[in-house]
Ligand binder design. Structure first.
Ligand SMILES: [Zn+2]
Ligand SMILES: [Zn+2]
Length: 286
Protein backbone atom coordinates (compact mmCIF):
# COMPACT_ATOMS: atom_id res chain seq x y z
CA UNK A 1 0.00 0.00 0.00
CA UNK A 2 2.77 2.42 0.99
CA UNK A 3 4.55 1.63 -2.27
CA UNK A 4 1.43 2.40 -4.27
CA UNK A 5 0.97 5.65 -2.37
CA UNK A 6 4.54 6.65 -3.24
CA UNK A 7 3.86 5.89 -6.92
CA UNK A 8 0.80 8.12 -6.79
CA UNK A 9 2.78 10.94 -5.20
CA UNK A 10 5.47 10.66 -7.88
CA UNK A 11 2.79 10.76 -10.56
CA UNK A 12 1.26 13.85 -8.96
CA UNK A 13 4.61 15.64 -9.28
CA UNK A 14 5.05 14.35 -12.83
CA UNK A 15 1.70 15.73 -13.99
CA UNK A 16 2.60 19.16 -12.58
CA UNK A 17 5.97 19.10 -14.33
CA UNK A 18 4.32 18.01 -17.60
CA UNK A 19 1.82 20.88 -17.37
CA UNK A 20 4.62 23.40 -16.71
CA UNK A 21 6.68 22.09 -19.64
CA UNK A 22 3.65 22.21 -21.97
CA UNK A 23 2.94 25.79 -20.93
CA UNK A 24 6.55 26.84 -21.53
CA UNK A 25 6.52 25.33 -25.02
CA UNK A 26 3.06 26.79 -25.85
CA UNK A 27 4.30 30.24 -24.78
CA UNK A 28 7.34 29.95 -27.02
CA UNK A 29 5.20 28.89 -30.00
CA UNK A 30 2.80 31.79 -29.50
CA UNK A 31 5.64 34.24 -28.99
CA UNK A 32 7.19 33.24 -32.33
CA UNK A 33 4.27 35.02 -33.99
CA UNK A 34 4.27 32.45 -36.80
CA UNK A 35 0.81 31.22 -37.79
CA UNK A 36 2.13 27.82 -38.86
CA UNK A 37 3.34 27.30 -35.24
CA UNK A 38 -0.16 27.77 -33.78
CA UNK A 39 -1.04 24.11 -34.13
CA UNK A 40 1.90 23.20 -31.90
CA UNK A 41 0.75 25.71 -29.29
CA UNK A 42 -2.74 24.16 -29.48
CA UNK A 43 -1.29 20.67 -28.97
CA UNK A 44 0.78 21.74 -25.94
CA UNK A 45 -2.20 23.52 -24.35
CA UNK A 46 -4.42 20.52 -24.89
CA UNK A 47 -1.89 18.34 -23.10
CA UNK A 48 -1.59 20.88 -20.30
CA UNK A 49 -5.37 20.67 -19.78
CA UNK A 50 -5.06 16.88 -19.63
CA UNK A 51 -2.13 16.94 -17.19
CA UNK A 52 -3.85 19.35 -14.81
CA UNK A 53 -7.11 17.39 -14.90
CA UNK A 54 -5.39 14.06 -14.16
CA UNK A 55 -3.41 15.78 -11.42
CA UNK A 56 -6.68 16.96 -9.90
CA UNK A 57 -8.14 13.44 -9.99
CA UNK A 58 -4.99 12.07 -8.39
CA UNK A 59 -5.01 14.44 -5.44
CA UNK A 60 -8.56 13.29 -4.69
CA UNK A 61 -7.68 9.60 -5.10
CA UNK A 62 -9.18 8.59 -1.75
CA UNK A 63 -12.58 9.77 -2.88
CA UNK A 64 -12.84 8.15 -6.30
CA UNK A 65 -13.00 4.46 -7.24
CA UNK A 66 -9.86 3.03 -8.91
CA UNK A 67 -11.90 2.09 -12.01
CA UNK A 68 -12.37 5.82 -12.56
CA UNK A 69 -8.68 5.95 -13.57
CA UNK A 70 -9.62 4.50 -16.93
CA UNK A 71 -11.46 7.72 -17.84
CA UNK A 72 -8.97 9.47 -20.07
CA UNK A 73 -10.67 12.46 -21.56
CA UNK A 74 -10.58 15.49 -19.25
CA UNK A 75 -14.32 16.01 -19.64
CA UNK A 76 -15.03 12.48 -18.41
CA UNK A 77 -12.55 12.85 -15.54
CA UNK A 78 -14.21 16.04 -14.27
CA UNK A 79 -17.69 14.54 -14.68
CA UNK A 80 -16.53 11.57 -12.61
CA UNK A 81 -15.11 13.87 -9.91
CA UNK A 82 -18.40 15.74 -9.79
CA UNK A 83 -20.31 12.49 -9.49
CA UNK A 84 -18.27 11.34 -6.50
CA UNK A 85 -17.37 14.64 -4.85
CA UNK A 86 -20.18 17.03 -5.69
CA UNK A 87 -20.89 19.70 -8.27
CA UNK A 88 -18.65 22.33 -6.67
CA UNK A 89 -15.45 20.32 -7.12
CA UNK A 90 -14.39 22.32 -10.20
CA UNK A 91 -15.17 25.73 -8.71
CA UNK A 92 -12.47 28.12 -7.41
CA UNK A 93 -12.30 29.10 -3.76
CA UNK A 94 -9.98 30.99 -1.47
CA UNK A 95 -8.80 30.08 1.97
CA UNK A 96 -7.66 32.49 4.65
CA UNK A 97 -6.29 31.45 8.00
CA UNK A 98 -6.07 34.08 10.70
CA UNK A 99 -4.86 33.53 14.22
CA UNK A 100 -7.84 34.07 16.52
CA UNK A 101 -7.83 37.78 17.26
CA UNK A 102 -4.41 38.10 15.66
CA UNK A 103 -2.36 38.22 12.51
CA UNK A 104 -3.12 36.76 9.10
CA UNK A 105 -1.30 33.45 8.90
CA UNK A 106 -2.09 32.20 5.43
CA UNK A 107 -4.14 33.05 2.41
CA UNK A 108 -4.45 30.86 -0.62
CA UNK A 109 -6.59 30.04 -3.61
CA UNK A 110 -7.53 26.96 -5.50
CA UNK A 111 -8.54 27.45 -9.10
CA UNK A 112 -9.39 24.13 -10.78
CA UNK A 113 -10.02 23.79 -14.50
CA UNK A 114 -13.80 23.68 -14.80
CA UNK A 115 -15.96 21.34 -16.83
CA UNK A 116 -17.24 24.34 -18.81
CA UNK A 117 -13.71 25.42 -19.70
CA UNK A 118 -12.93 21.92 -20.92
CA UNK A 119 -16.15 21.73 -22.95
CA UNK A 120 -15.51 25.17 -24.46
CA UNK A 121 -11.88 24.61 -25.42
CA UNK A 122 -10.57 21.03 -25.42
CA UNK A 123 -12.23 19.84 -28.64
CA UNK A 124 -11.72 23.23 -30.29
CA UNK A 125 -7.97 22.99 -29.67
CA UNK A 126 -8.04 19.45 -31.06
CA UNK A 127 -9.71 20.66 -34.26
CA UNK A 128 -6.63 22.79 -35.06
CA UNK A 129 -4.49 19.66 -35.18
CA UNK A 130 -6.12 18.51 -38.41
CA UNK A 131 -6.75 20.11 -41.75
CA UNK A 132 -10.29 21.29 -42.21
CA UNK A 133 -12.50 19.03 -44.30
CA UNK A 134 -13.50 20.32 -47.74
CA UNK A 135 -16.96 21.12 -46.46
CA UNK A 136 -15.62 23.05 -43.45
CA UNK A 137 -13.02 24.87 -45.55
CA UNK A 138 -15.69 26.04 -48.02
CA UNK A 139 -18.31 26.86 -45.41
CA UNK A 140 -16.11 28.52 -42.77
CA UNK A 141 -12.40 28.81 -43.53
CA UNK A 142 -10.11 28.68 -40.51
CA UNK A 143 -9.48 32.11 -39.05
CA UNK A 144 -5.95 32.06 -37.67
CA UNK A 145 -6.55 35.18 -35.59
CA UNK A 146 -9.30 33.26 -33.78
CA UNK A 147 -7.01 30.27 -33.26
CA UNK A 148 -4.38 32.55 -31.71
CA UNK A 149 -7.02 34.19 -29.53
CA UNK A 150 -8.24 30.84 -28.25
CA UNK A 151 -4.72 29.65 -27.54
CA UNK A 152 -4.02 32.83 -25.55
CA UNK A 153 -7.27 32.34 -23.62
CA UNK A 154 -6.47 28.71 -22.74
CA UNK A 155 -2.91 29.68 -21.79
CA UNK A 156 -4.36 32.14 -19.27
CA UNK A 157 -6.71 29.46 -17.83
CA UNK A 158 -3.90 26.94 -17.47
CA UNK A 159 -1.50 29.43 -15.87
CA UNK A 160 -4.16 30.52 -13.37
CA UNK A 161 -4.84 26.87 -12.48
CA UNK A 162 -1.12 26.24 -11.98
CA UNK A 163 -0.85 29.20 -9.64
CA UNK A 164 -3.25 27.54 -7.16
CA UNK A 165 -1.52 27.28 -3.82
CA UNK A 166 -4.20 25.25 -2.07
CA UNK A 167 -4.87 21.88 -3.55
CA UNK A 168 -7.25 20.31 -1.13
CA UNK A 169 -10.95 20.78 -1.44
CA UNK A 170 -13.28 21.61 1.35
CA UNK A 171 -16.72 20.38 2.12
CA UNK A 172 -18.58 18.02 4.35
CA UNK A 173 -16.63 14.78 4.39
CA UNK A 174 -17.39 11.57 6.27
CA UNK A 175 -14.45 9.28 7.07
CA UNK A 176 -14.43 5.89 8.68
CA UNK A 177 -12.25 2.84 8.80
CA UNK A 178 -13.89 -0.04 6.92
CA UNK A 179 -15.66 -2.32 9.38
CA UNK A 180 -15.18 -5.52 7.38
CA UNK A 181 -12.73 -7.92 9.00
CA UNK A 182 -9.16 -7.85 7.65
CA UNK A 183 -9.77 -4.51 5.97
CA UNK A 184 -8.55 -1.33 7.59
CA UNK A 185 -8.98 0.97 4.61
CA UNK A 186 -10.15 4.44 5.53
CA UNK A 187 -13.23 5.26 3.46
CA UNK A 188 -13.65 8.92 2.58
CA UNK A 189 -16.99 10.10 1.25
CA UNK A 190 -18.01 13.65 0.46
CA UNK A 191 -21.55 14.48 1.55
CA UNK A 192 -23.53 16.86 -0.67
CA UNK A 193 -25.07 19.71 1.32
CA UNK A 194 -28.64 18.72 0.58
CA UNK A 195 -28.36 14.94 0.91
CA UNK A 196 -29.74 13.32 4.08
CA UNK A 197 -27.96 10.10 3.15
CA UNK A 198 -25.47 8.81 0.60
CA UNK A 199 -24.03 5.44 -0.27
CA UNK A 200 -20.33 4.64 -0.01
CA UNK A 201 -18.13 1.76 -1.01
CA UNK A 202 -14.77 0.59 0.31
CA UNK A 203 -12.48 0.74 -2.73
CA UNK A 204 -10.29 -1.99 -1.24
CA UNK A 205 -12.77 -4.74 -0.29
CA UNK A 206 -16.05 -3.57 -1.89
CA UNK A 207 -18.02 -3.42 1.37
CA UNK A 208 -20.99 -1.10 1.00
CA UNK A 209 -22.48 1.40 3.41
CA UNK A 210 -25.28 3.90 3.66
CA UNK A 211 -24.14 7.02 5.48
CA UNK A 212 -26.97 8.76 7.30
CA UNK A 213 -26.62 12.37 8.29
CA UNK A 214 -27.90 12.86 11.83
CA UNK A 215 -27.38 16.46 12.90
CA UNK A 216 -23.63 17.07 12.97
CA UNK A 217 -22.88 13.35 13.05
CA UNK A 218 -22.73 10.58 10.48
CA UNK A 219 -24.07 7.08 11.07
CA UNK A 220 -22.53 4.41 8.87
CA UNK A 221 -24.94 1.58 8.16
CA UNK A 222 -23.09 -1.45 6.75
CA UNK A 223 -24.70 -3.44 3.97
CA UNK A 224 -25.04 -6.73 5.75
CA UNK A 225 -27.66 -9.42 5.58
CA UNK A 226 -28.70 -10.80 8.94
CA UNK A 227 -29.78 -14.44 8.96
CA UNK A 228 -31.00 -17.02 11.40
CA UNK A 229 -29.57 -20.50 10.86
CA UNK A 230 -32.50 -22.85 10.12
CA UNK A 231 -30.72 -25.67 11.99
CA UNK A 232 -29.43 -24.19 15.20
CA UNK A 233 -31.15 -20.80 15.35
CA UNK A 234 -27.85 -18.92 15.54
CA UNK A 235 -28.14 -15.35 14.29
CA UNK A 236 -25.31 -14.23 12.07
CA UNK A 237 -24.61 -11.69 9.39
CA UNK A 238 -22.94 -11.56 5.99
CA UNK A 239 -21.71 -8.60 3.98
CA UNK A 240 -23.83 -8.35 0.85
CA UNK A 241 -20.63 -8.08 -1.20
CA UNK A 242 -19.87 -11.67 -0.08
CA UNK A 243 -23.09 -13.03 -1.54
CA UNK A 244 -21.87 -14.20 -4.94
CA UNK A 245 -22.40 -16.93 -7.50
CA UNK A 246 -20.90 -20.21 -6.41
CA UNK A 247 -20.14 -19.06 -2.89
CA UNK A 248 -21.28 -20.91 0.20
CA UNK A 249 -21.65 -19.76 3.72
CA UNK A 250 -21.07 -21.75 6.85
CA UNK A 251 -22.98 -21.32 10.10
CA UNK A 252 -20.39 -20.45 12.73
CA UNK A 253 -22.35 -22.28 15.42
CA UNK A 254 -23.35 -25.62 13.85
CA UNK A 255 -20.94 -25.62 10.86
CA UNK A 256 -23.72 -26.46 8.39
CA UNK A 257 -23.01 -25.26 4.87
CA UNK A 258 -25.49 -23.37 2.73
CA UNK A 259 -25.68 -22.43 -0.94
CA UNK A 260 -27.05 -19.15 -2.15
CA UNK A 261 -30.13 -19.69 -4.28
CA UNK A 262 -31.56 -17.05 -6.51
CA UNK A 263 -35.32 -17.29 -7.01
CA UNK A 264 -37.07 -15.27 -9.62
CA UNK A 265 -40.24 -15.23 -11.63
CA UNK A 266 -40.14 -15.27 -15.37
CA UNK A 267 -42.02 -12.15 -16.40
CA UNK A 268 -42.22 -13.24 -20.04
CA UNK A 269 -43.91 -16.46 -19.01
CA UNK A 270 -46.25 -14.51 -16.79
CA UNK A 271 -47.29 -12.26 -19.64
CA UNK A 272 -48.13 -9.43 -17.30
CA UNK A 273 -47.54 -8.40 -13.73
CA UNK A 274 -51.10 -9.39 -12.84
CA UNK A 275 -50.21 -13.02 -13.41
CA UNK A 276 -47.24 -12.98 -11.07
CA UNK A 277 -48.91 -15.11 -8.41
CA UNK A 278 -49.55 -17.95 -10.82
CA UNK A 279 -46.05 -17.82 -12.32
CA UNK A 280 -43.80 -20.68 -11.33
CA UNK A 281 -40.81 -19.65 -9.27
CA UNK A 282 -37.60 -21.07 -10.68
CA UNK A 283 -34.61 -21.56 -8.53
CA UNK A 284 -31.08 -21.18 -9.71
CA UNK A 285 -28.07 -22.20 -7.72
CA UNK A 286 -25.58 -19.37 -7.57
ZN1 LIG B 1 -12.91 -2.51 3.20
ZN1 LIG C 1 -26.33 -23.25 12.59
Amino acid sequence: MAEKENDHKKLEVQYRITAEECVARARAELKSGKDERLRYAALELRMALEALTYYRALIHRNEIPPEAYSAWQPRKVIEMLKEHMGEEVDQPYSLTIRETGGELVFTGTDRPISLKEIKDNYDALGSYLHLQSLKQAIKKPLNLANVRQRCEKVLKIVVEAMESNVTSSFGLVARQECARSNCSNVIVRRIPRSAPQVTAKCFLCNAGYTIHREGDMFRWEPWVWTYTCPHCGEVGSLWTCDIKFGKKWVCHSCSRRFDFVLSYRDLEEAGSKKDLKSTPIREKFM
